[in-house]
Design a protein around this ligand. Sequence first.
Ligand SMILES: C[S@@+](CC[C@H](N)C(=O)[O-])C[C@H]1O[C@@H](n2cnc3c(N)ncnc32)[C@H](O)[C@@H]1O
Length: 245
Amino acid sequence: MRDAGPSLPRNDPRQYDDLAGEWWRPDGAFAMLHWLARARAALVPPAARPGALLVDLGCGAGLLAPHLAGKGYRHVGVDLTRSALAQAVAHGMTAVNGDATAVPLADRCADVVAAGELLEHVPNWRAAVAEACRLLRPGGLLVLDTLNDTALCRLVAVHIAERLPTVPRGIHDPRLFVDDRELVAECARHGVDLRVRGIRPGVPGLLRWLVRQVRGGATPVDRAPHIVPARSTALLYQGRGVRGG
Ligand SMILES: C[S@@+](CC[C@H](N)C(=O)[O-])C[C@H]1O[C@@H](n2cnc3c(N)ncnc32)[C@H](O)[C@@H]1O
């Protein structure tokens, strides 16, 4: 079982330094982040103007970058973890080492703000949402995904997932999970009309992936599980919203 950092508290960002070699391994500790990045990028339309800016809050090692290729954005990533940002730069992004709750970028600079699997790691997620909305131009798009603050999510994402061989122990602090209705209300307070939907890995692809994991085989990138809509937002959910004028 992989340990993100046995001596570190849950959700300590230094865990990402210990796991730096995992980011770009499609079957590694962050495998599901690759699947989610593809699903998040699918929510982002091609840039509507030359020089359009996409700000990727909590970008990690830039897993979103390949899925945005050809869409016409300048891709700027903001993250606390320098070891992850170095890899994001190697994938063509511009890196800003900083906190998503105090981003050193101008108001209304972004055509798109992405926050993939970030909010459930931020002790003050409302401040990160306020920053995301502040950065957006009127008409700009917010795309995000996160874990819900439910008993089911705590059971699955922490107590079950952390027993699986590929999931890092201690990477999540369930006290930080984000209630979807509170998130929608917070976005509305900052002028963004967020719509959320539950998501999950598609079952056939997930089963094939698990079998390959057990057999020790590698997953070709085009055979990775697809993220599909789920009936409920109770576990993992995606949000998409536009900032009003
Ligand atoms: C689960 S990873 C997600 C990375 C990336 N968005 C992806 O989906 O591949 C969470 C990332 O958020 C970063 N992070 C956590 N708290 C943060 C904060 N307050 N400000 C900026 N980045 C933060 C971590 O360093 C880590 O890279």
